[in-house]
Write a protein that binds this ligand. Structure first.
Ligand code: PEP
Length: 255
Protein backbone atom coordinates (compact mmCIF):
# COMPACT_ATOMS: atom_id res chain seq x y z
CA UNK A 1 0.00 0.00 0.00
CA UNK A 2 1.46 3.34 -1.05
CA UNK A 3 1.08 6.32 1.29
CA UNK A 4 -0.42 9.19 -0.71
CA UNK A 5 1.58 12.38 -0.91
CA UNK A 6 0.55 15.96 -1.57
CA UNK A 7 3.35 18.45 -2.16
CA UNK A 8 2.98 22.20 -2.55
CA UNK A 9 5.39 23.82 -5.00
CA UNK A 10 5.40 27.45 -3.92
CA UNK A 11 7.64 28.43 -6.85
CA UNK A 12 9.09 31.97 -6.76
CA UNK A 13 6.34 33.45 -4.63
CA UNK A 14 5.95 35.27 -1.37
CA UNK A 15 8.16 36.98 1.16
CA UNK A 16 9.71 35.63 4.35
CA UNK A 17 6.66 36.90 6.18
CA UNK A 18 4.05 35.39 3.85
CA UNK A 19 5.92 32.07 3.62
CA UNK A 20 5.97 31.82 7.41
CA UNK A 21 2.28 32.71 7.56
CA UNK A 22 1.35 30.07 4.98
CA UNK A 23 3.47 27.40 6.68
CA UNK A 24 2.00 28.27 10.07
CA UNK A 25 -1.57 27.99 8.75
CA UNK A 26 -0.85 24.62 7.17
CA UNK A 27 0.94 23.33 10.28
CA UNK A 28 -1.91 24.44 12.52
CA UNK A 29 -4.57 22.72 10.42
CA UNK A 30 -2.78 19.55 9.32
CA UNK A 31 -4.04 17.34 12.12
CA UNK A 32 -2.78 13.85 12.87
CA UNK A 33 -5.77 12.23 11.17
CA UNK A 34 -4.52 13.79 7.94
CA UNK A 35 -0.75 13.50 8.32
CA UNK A 36 -0.99 9.90 9.49
CA UNK A 37 -2.59 9.04 6.15
CA UNK A 38 -0.91 11.45 3.72
CA UNK A 39 2.63 12.78 3.41
CA UNK A 40 2.03 16.53 3.34
CA UNK A 41 5.02 18.46 1.96
CA UNK A 42 5.68 22.15 1.36
CA UNK A 43 8.41 23.37 -0.99
CA UNK A 44 9.24 27.06 -0.50
CA UNK A 45 12.12 28.88 -2.20
CA UNK A 46 15.46 27.83 -0.74
CA UNK A 47 16.11 31.08 1.11
CA UNK A 48 12.84 30.61 3.02
CA UNK A 49 13.57 27.03 4.12
CA UNK A 50 14.95 27.97 7.53
CA UNK A 51 12.04 30.24 8.41
CA UNK A 52 9.48 27.77 7.08
CA UNK A 53 11.10 24.91 8.97
CA UNK A 54 10.79 26.92 12.19
CA UNK A 55 7.18 27.86 11.39
CA UNK A 56 6.25 24.21 10.88
CA UNK A 57 7.17 23.91 14.52
CA UNK A 58 7.49 20.15 14.73
CA UNK A 59 4.20 19.52 12.91
CA UNK A 60 4.15 16.41 10.76
CA UNK A 61 4.25 18.56 7.63
CA UNK A 62 7.43 17.82 5.69
CA UNK A 63 9.82 20.16 3.96
CA UNK A 64 10.99 20.05 0.37
CA UNK A 65 13.08 22.18 -1.97
CA UNK A 66 12.43 23.12 -5.58
CA UNK A 67 15.79 22.13 -7.02
CA UNK A 68 19.28 20.98 -6.05
CA UNK A 69 22.62 21.03 -7.77
CA UNK A 70 24.35 17.91 -9.03
CA UNK A 71 27.55 18.80 -7.22
CA UNK A 72 28.31 18.50 -3.55
CA UNK A 73 30.50 21.59 -3.26
CA UNK A 74 32.98 23.73 -5.13
CA UNK A 75 33.04 26.40 -7.81
CA UNK A 76 29.38 26.20 -8.84
CA UNK A 77 28.10 29.73 -8.31
CA UNK A 78 24.39 29.92 -7.65
CA UNK A 79 23.87 26.25 -6.92
CA UNK A 80 22.65 24.69 -3.66
CA UNK A 81 23.64 21.12 -2.86
CA UNK A 82 21.34 18.43 -1.55
CA UNK A 83 23.34 18.04 1.66
CA UNK A 84 22.94 21.79 2.31
CA UNK A 85 19.18 21.38 1.89
CA UNK A 86 19.24 18.42 4.27
CA UNK A 87 20.76 20.70 6.93
CA UNK A 88 17.49 22.64 6.87
CA UNK A 89 15.43 19.52 7.41
CA UNK A 90 14.48 19.04 3.77
CA UNK A 91 13.34 15.52 2.99
CA UNK A 92 12.23 16.01 -0.62
CA UNK A 93 13.63 17.86 -3.63
CA UNK A 94 11.69 18.58 -6.82
CA UNK A 95 13.90 17.76 -9.81
CA UNK A 96 13.28 18.48 -13.48
CA UNK A 97 10.20 20.65 -13.14
CA UNK A 98 9.14 21.74 -16.62
CA UNK A 99 9.88 25.37 -15.71
CA UNK A 100 13.47 24.37 -14.95
CA UNK A 101 13.64 22.49 -18.23
CA UNK A 102 12.06 25.17 -20.41
CA UNK A 103 13.36 28.35 -18.76
CA UNK A 104 16.71 27.42 -17.24
CA UNK A 105 18.13 24.87 -19.64
CA UNK A 106 17.87 21.80 -17.43
CA UNK A 107 18.25 18.79 -19.72
CA UNK A 108 17.37 15.14 -19.28
CA UNK A 109 21.03 14.48 -18.45
CA UNK A 110 21.42 17.34 -15.96
CA UNK A 111 18.12 16.43 -14.27
CA UNK A 112 19.30 12.85 -13.92
CA UNK A 113 22.58 14.04 -12.38
CA UNK A 114 20.65 16.19 -9.88
CA UNK A 115 18.36 13.26 -9.13
CA UNK A 116 21.37 11.08 -8.38
CA UNK A 117 22.92 13.71 -6.08
CA UNK A 118 19.67 14.14 -4.16
CA UNK A 119 19.27 10.40 -3.63
CA UNK A 120 22.95 10.09 -2.64
CA UNK A 121 22.41 12.72 0.06
CA UNK A 122 19.59 10.59 1.50
CA UNK A 123 16.79 12.87 0.31
CA UNK A 124 13.88 11.88 -1.90
CA UNK A 125 13.88 13.26 -5.43
CA UNK A 126 10.45 14.18 -6.81
CA UNK A 127 11.33 13.66 -10.45
CA UNK A 128 9.05 15.54 -12.84
CA UNK A 129 8.17 14.29 -16.30
CA UNK A 130 5.59 15.43 -18.80
CA UNK A 131 4.85 16.34 -22.37
CA UNK A 132 4.02 19.61 -24.09
CA UNK A 133 0.75 20.07 -25.96
CA UNK A 134 2.61 19.62 -29.27
CA UNK A 135 4.06 16.35 -27.99
CA UNK A 136 0.61 15.12 -26.98
CA UNK A 137 -1.04 16.16 -30.22
CA UNK A 138 1.72 14.43 -32.18
CA UNK A 139 1.10 11.23 -30.22
CA UNK A 140 4.49 11.48 -28.53
CA UNK A 141 3.46 11.64 -24.87
CA UNK A 142 4.96 8.34 -23.81
CA UNK A 143 8.07 8.73 -25.98
CA UNK A 144 8.83 12.01 -24.21
CA UNK A 145 8.09 10.66 -20.75
CA UNK A 146 10.12 7.54 -21.43
CA UNK A 147 13.15 9.57 -22.53
CA UNK A 148 12.93 11.63 -19.33
CA UNK A 149 12.83 8.46 -17.20
CA UNK A 150 15.51 6.78 -19.31
CA UNK A 151 18.00 9.52 -18.36
CA UNK A 152 17.65 8.46 -14.72
CA UNK A 153 18.08 4.78 -15.57
CA UNK A 154 21.21 5.69 -17.54
CA UNK A 155 22.77 7.56 -14.63
CA UNK A 156 21.39 5.69 -11.62
CA UNK A 157 20.76 2.18 -12.94
CA UNK A 158 17.63 0.04 -13.07
CA UNK A 159 16.62 0.88 -9.52
CA UNK A 160 17.07 4.63 -10.02
CA UNK A 161 13.58 5.29 -8.69
CA UNK A 162 13.93 3.02 -5.66
CA UNK A 163 13.83 5.87 -3.18
CA UNK A 164 12.17 8.47 -5.34
CA UNK A 165 8.81 9.89 -6.25
CA UNK A 166 7.76 10.62 -9.84
CA UNK A 167 5.48 13.52 -10.71
CA UNK A 168 3.64 13.35 -14.02
CA UNK A 169 3.02 16.96 -14.97
CA UNK A 170 1.71 17.53 -18.50
CA UNK A 171 3.23 20.89 -19.41
CA UNK A 172 -0.01 22.03 -21.03
CA UNK A 173 -1.81 21.64 -17.69
CA UNK A 174 0.64 23.55 -15.49
CA UNK A 175 -0.70 26.90 -14.36
CA UNK A 176 -3.19 26.94 -17.23
CA UNK A 177 -6.37 25.86 -15.46
CA UNK A 178 -6.53 22.92 -17.94
CA UNK A 179 -6.35 19.65 -16.07
CA UNK A 180 -5.70 16.25 -17.61
CA UNK A 181 -8.82 14.14 -17.22
CA UNK A 182 -8.47 11.43 -14.59
CA UNK A 183 -8.48 8.91 -17.45
CA UNK A 184 -5.72 10.71 -19.38
CA UNK A 185 -3.60 10.98 -16.25
CA UNK A 186 -4.25 7.38 -15.17
CA UNK A 187 -3.17 6.10 -18.59
CA UNK A 188 0.21 7.85 -18.37
CA UNK A 189 0.69 6.92 -14.69
CA UNK A 190 0.04 3.25 -15.47
CA UNK A 191 2.50 3.42 -18.37
CA UNK A 192 5.14 5.02 -16.14
CA UNK A 193 4.67 2.25 -13.58
CA UNK A 194 5.04 -0.36 -16.33
CA UNK A 195 8.24 1.23 -17.59
CA UNK A 196 9.70 1.18 -14.10
CA UNK A 197 8.43 -2.38 -13.56
CA UNK A 198 10.30 -3.53 -16.64
CA UNK A 199 13.48 -2.50 -14.78
CA UNK A 200 12.57 -3.34 -11.22
CA UNK A 201 9.08 -4.66 -10.33
CA UNK A 202 9.47 -4.05 -6.59
CA UNK A 203 10.40 -0.42 -7.11
CA UNK A 204 7.45 0.01 -9.45
CA UNK A 205 4.85 -1.31 -7.06
CA UNK A 206 6.15 0.89 -4.22
CA UNK A 207 6.70 3.98 -6.40
CA UNK A 208 4.50 6.98 -5.69
CA UNK A 209 3.50 8.74 -8.89
CA UNK A 210 1.96 12.16 -8.31
CA UNK A 211 -0.15 14.09 -10.78
CA UNK A 212 0.55 17.81 -11.27
CA UNK A 213 -1.20 20.32 -13.46
CA UNK A 214 -4.00 22.56 -12.21
CA UNK A 215 -5.03 20.15 -9.46
CA UNK A 216 -7.60 21.92 -7.30
CA UNK A 217 -9.95 21.00 -4.45
CA UNK A 218 -12.76 20.29 -6.92
CA UNK A 219 -10.85 17.84 -9.13
CA UNK A 220 -8.41 16.28 -6.64
CA UNK A 221 -10.63 13.42 -5.48
CA UNK A 222 -11.36 12.21 -9.02
CA UNK A 223 -7.68 12.29 -9.96
CA UNK A 224 -6.32 10.75 -6.77
CA UNK A 225 -9.10 8.16 -6.90
CA UNK A 226 -7.42 6.52 -9.90
CA UNK A 227 -5.39 3.41 -9.06
CA UNK A 228 -1.98 4.68 -10.21
CA UNK A 229 -2.32 8.29 -9.02
CA UNK A 230 -0.77 8.50 -5.58
CA UNK A 231 -1.27 12.17 -4.83
CA UNK A 232 -0.48 15.56 -6.29
CA UNK A 233 2.20 18.13 -6.92
CA UNK A 234 0.35 21.39 -6.51
CA UNK A 235 1.34 24.82 -7.79
CA UNK A 236 -1.22 27.63 -7.69
CA UNK A 237 -3.59 25.95 -5.25
CA UNK A 238 -0.73 25.39 -2.79
CA UNK A 239 -0.50 29.12 -2.12
CA UNK A 240 -3.86 29.18 -0.32
CA UNK A 241 -3.80 27.08 2.82
CA UNK A 242 -7.53 26.23 2.59
CA UNK A 243 -7.21 24.94 -0.97
CA UNK A 244 -4.01 23.01 -0.27
CA UNK A 245 -5.49 21.43 2.84
CA UNK A 246 -8.68 20.51 0.97
CA UNK A 247 -6.53 18.61 -1.55
CA UNK A 248 -4.70 16.91 1.33
CA UNK A 249 -8.09 15.91 2.77
CA UNK A 250 -9.16 14.50 -0.59
CA UNK A 251 -6.00 12.37 -0.58
CA UNK A 252 -6.57 11.28 3.04
CA UNK A 253 -10.09 10.18 2.17
CA UNK A 254 -8.68 7.78 -0.45
CA UNK A 255 -6.03 6.33 1.89
C1 PEP B 1 3.42 22.85 -10.85
O1 PEP B 1 3.99 23.85 -11.27
O2 PEP B 1 4.10 21.90 -10.41
C2 PEP B 1 1.98 22.80 -10.90
C3 PEP B 1 1.40 21.64 -10.84
O3 PEP B 1 1.34 24.01 -11.03
P1 PEP B 1 -0.26 24.25 -11.06
O4 PEP B 1 -0.86 23.41 -9.98
O5 PEP B 1 -0.41 25.71 -10.80
O6 PEP B 1 -0.71 23.84 -12.41
Amino acid sequence: MRTPMVAGNWKLNGSRESAVALASEIAASAQDDMTSKVDVVVCPVSVHLGDVSTALNGAAVKLGAQNAGAEEEGAFTGEVSASMLAEYGCEYVIIGHSERRSLFGDTNASCAARHKAVAAAGLTPVFCVGETLDDREAGNTMAVVESQLQAVFDVCGDNGFASAVVAYEPVWAIGTGKTATPEQAQEVHANIRELVAARDPQTASALRILYGGSMKPDNAADLIGKPDIDGGLIGGAALKSADFLAICQAAAAQA
